[in-house]
Design a protein around this ligand. Structure first.
Ligand SMILES: C[S@@+](CC[C@H](N)C(=O)[O-])C[C@H]1O[C@@H](n2cnc3c(N)ncnc32)[C@H](O)[C@@H]1O
Ligand code: SF4
Length: 417
């Protein structure tokens, strides 16, 4: 498996150089001139821990959470004041963990953000199904949240119990979502769970839209090696058939695919914190992507607070990209949105996509992975599947390794992937 990712990496970056991360910690981030900059804030607390979940989180405690939010606000001011004046950004997303556990502090965090940034495309918050309540939704609307994403995973008891989650009351969910307007109401579902059939997923998709979602994310189940989860993984063949069938089901219903795993019945609905040209991440485990570097904060809540209290950014690892590495990173995440724009590539890198990856594009076209349309390359159904397949490898070869390591090492010296 890792042979495939290594060979692809060497071919696409035209170099033997691996992805090398070091403990370099810039205390100045040069984001002032960057276009299409997004913001992400991580809240790493949950009421209980789900065995399948790889994200950085710990059990919620009021005092710990309050202390963390103080540090978070300090980090926002620390980074925000590296740019003189207010910087225009696209969106602000809160993820976790369970951000609504800090519902009464979110306004303070947003106020801190607004002292340095002008948000033009709205604010998104990830919700646990238990957060879908009048008091939480009211507060979210009051503080200007425009997008919510609810982690349902499955509406069916059988799969909820495989995942160790409680059943969701659809009628209650529907009544709550009918009471409040959000531009995007997204529901997360997980597919490729043991014994899960096309009919199960079709029902989940219908239930999600009927409950009031205008956007769904259907993630393939990934068994991260550092978790002690005993949920078996579906084989690739079965997964391919499932993905093709659910994709066709959504497309035949007239839903628009706005990324490999997301579909919407309203073109305005969008929920994605990763598909940005550049982003700044705040909080533990949050990542930052700039023109020539990618960095990830420490996974330790305690170490994060200590560093920030000493006015030092809590970066655990940084990679300085070669130009080809940056292009591959850019193309990987642009392809995730299913459309690669030649114009945007040229604007970002100052050189045409054809010049840098003309052969690869021709090959991908010949193999039926992409379709050339005007100024864009669009992923075909086959392309979407192979992207999904490769993303699976990428997650296990890179993310699994990095997150697994960072969970036990707050500030490693170096990491080579
Ligand atoms: C930060 S998590 C969940 C947000 C919220 N705390 C909740 O539990 O509903 C974001 C999403 O990642 C997805 N996810 C988590 N672990 C996964 C795994 N092992 N494989 C695939 N998707 C996963 C789930 O769909 C989840 O809703
Ligand atoms: S799935 Fe949600 S509630 Fe469960 S551990 Fe992950 S972030 Fe927390």
């Amino acid at each position: 498996m890792s042979y495939l990712t290594t060979i692809t990496r060497m071919w696409l970056t035209r170099s033997f150089k691996p992805w090398t991360f070091t403990n370099e910690n810039d205390n100045f981030l040069d984001f002032g001139e960057l276009d299409k900059l997004g913001l992400y804030i991580h809240i790493p607390f949950c009421k209980s821990i789900c065995s399948f979940c790889p994200y950085c989180k710990e059990i919620y405690e009021v005092e710990k959470c309050n202390k963390y939010i103080e540090s978070l606000i300090k980090e926002i001011h620390l980074v925000g004041s590296m740019h003189v004046g207010k910087k225009v950004v696209t969106s602000l997303y809160f993820g976790g963990g369970t951000p609504a556990l800090a519902i009464n502090s979110l306004y303070k965090i947003i106020d801190a953000v607004k002292e340095h940034f002008i948000i033009t495309e709205g604010i998104g918050v990830e919700l646990h199904p238990n957060d879908v309540r009048i008091d939480v939704l009211q507060e979210l609307q009051k503080i200007g949240v425009t997008k919510i994403s609810i982690g349902i995973q499955s509406f069916q008891k059988k799969f909820q119990s495989i995942l160790g989650r409680e059943a969701v009351d659809i009628q209650y969910l529907k009544s709550m979502l009918n009471k409040f307007y959000f531009e995007t109401i997204s529901i997360d579902l997980i597919f490729a769970l043991p014994s899960q059939k096309y009919e199960d997923l079709k029902k989940d998709i219908d239930d999600a839209f009927n409950a009031g979602a205008n956007h769904i994310a259907i993630y393939p189940f990934i068994n991260f090696s550092f978790l002690n989860s005993n949920i078996p993984v579906m084989n690739n063949n079965e997964k391919k058939i499932l993905l093709d069938r659910i994709s066709n089901y959504c497309l035949n219903k007239g839903y628009v695919r706005n990324s490999i795993w997301t579909f919407t019945n309203n073109k305005k609905a969008k929920y994605s914190s990763m598909t940005r040209d550049n982003f700044l991440g705040f909080g533990c485990s949050a990542t930052t992507l700039l023109r020539d570097q990618f960095k990830i904060n420490t996974f330790s809540v305690e170490e994060y607070c200590n560093r920030i209290d000493n006015n030092i950014l809590a970066t655990a690892l940084t990679i300085r990209f070669s130009i080809r590495q940056r292009m591959i990173y850019y193309l990987f995440w642009t392809a995730y949105s299913t459309v690669i724009s030649k114009k945007n590539f040229k604007e970002f890198f100052g050189i045409s996509l054809e010049k840098m990856y003309g052969i690869e594009m021709k090959l991908a076209k010949k193999l039926g992975f992409i379709i050339e349309k005007n100024d864009t390359y669009q992923l075909s159904l086959k392309g979407c599947f192979y992207y999904h397949y490769y993303e699976n490898y990428y997650t296990l070869a890179y993310i699994d390794k990095m997150w697994g390591y960072l969970r036990n090492n707050p500030f490693p010296k170096r990491m080579v992937l």
